[in-house]
Design a protein around this ligand. Structure first.
Ligand code: ATP
Length: 305
């Protein structure tokens, strides 16, 4: 269980994390989603004691990270895949980590197997591809068999096979009852991995909900095609209903469901060629949620913070 209470981090005049509170449940993958610079890494770094909160707290199982007697057995984190000794082999790196944390050599073999490092574990880390480095980082995180896993943008730079592997690993770990916290700036990524989402924008939480609920919260649009769009418009017009004509025969209606639209069309004798509810995608919801909170936009807009 990870709990943040009024967690805040300032760097000089810059507020990276602006008083956020959340609680992550075990047995689930919680996605931590937000545009670049929204404060995800800073939050995760504070969770594992690499940064100190300016105020507020973040605890794991009720204790701050440094208060845990055996942190590696409590939390496995992949925050910076590059933090290894390039001259060592992957196996050597894991063995040193295991020895300093009183973890058996057998466990080293297990995590090598689990992360698919295989024969590559006997090669020097400096020869590793990004994907192998990422697997090594995850192997190190799993060494202590921790109940909590924190992965910061784990699929960045991975090939499709690597991406699938990280996703299924995160799901498997949650299915074993662990608390899994995974960050990404891509909704498409999160929608395939996470059960629950915490969406961050400019250091603040803008959504904290199960994935399904985020989808359902979207306003439903219905696409309607008819030869008489003007007549249908008149039949549907009412307070709370908005109608947009997108071409000569097509209307997009918000504020009425397909059943009501069909009924009113029948009452007014307007023939419909199509009546299709448009389910908004998670991507749409994410864009809507974060639209106000993006720090750096494509198209050269200035920093809005
Ligand atoms: N050590 C630091 N000194 C000053 N500012 C920092 C520092 N670390 C982060 N920041 C700033 O804090 C804000 C949040 O950064 P953070 O890296 O936590 O965001 P993020 O959501 O993880 O983004 P990204 O996906 O780009 O890593 C950014 O504006 C960043 O520039």
């Amino acid at each position: 269980m990870i709990t943040a209470e009024n967690l805040r981090k300032r760097y000089g005049s810059k507020t990276a994390v602006d008083g956020i509170s959340f609680q992550l449940a075990p047995g689930k993958v919680t996605g931590f989603l937000g545009p670049n610079g929204s404060g995800k890494s800073t939050t995760m770094r504070m969770a594992v004691g690499l940064d100190k909160p300016t105020s507020g707290s973040v605890t794991i199982g009720g204790k701050s990270f440094p208060q845990h007697a055996a942190p590696l057995r409590t939390v496995g984190a992949v925050l910076d895949a590059g933090a290894t000794h390039p001259g060592r082999t992957g196996r050597g790196h894991l063995q040193v980590l295991a020895a300093t944390h009183k973890i058996s050599k057998k466990r080293v073999d297990e995590v090598i197997e689990l992360t698919g490092l295989g024969a590559a574990s006997r090669k020097r880390i400096k020869s590793y591809s990004l994907g192998m480095n990422q697997r090594l980082g995850i192997a190190a995180a799993l060494l202590g068999d921790p109940a909590v896993l924190i992965f910061d943008e784990p699929v960045n730079g991975l090939d499709p096979e690597g991406v699938r592997w990280v996703r299924s690993l995160a799901r498997d770990m949650a299915a074993e009852g662990r608390t899994v916290f995974v960050s990404s700036h891509l909704m498409s990524e999160m929608s395939q991995t996470a059960d629950h989402l915490i969406v961050l924008g400019q250091g603040r939480i803008i959504a904290d909900a199960p994935i399904g609920q985020l989808l359902d919260s979207g306003e439903q649009r219905v696409l309607v095609r008819t030869e008489k769009p003007a007549d249908l418009r008149r039949a549907l017009g009412a307070e709370g209903v908005s109608i947009e004509q997108t071409d000569a025969e097509t209307l997009e209606v918000t504020g009425l469901d397909a059943r009501s639209i069909g009924r009113r069309a029948l009452e007014t004798q307007v023939v419909l060629h199509e009546l299709t509810p448009q389910r908004s995608t998670l991507e749409d919801e994410y864009m809507k949620l974060t639209g106000e909170h993006v720090e750096y936009r494509s198209g050269g807009q200035e920093d809005r913070s």
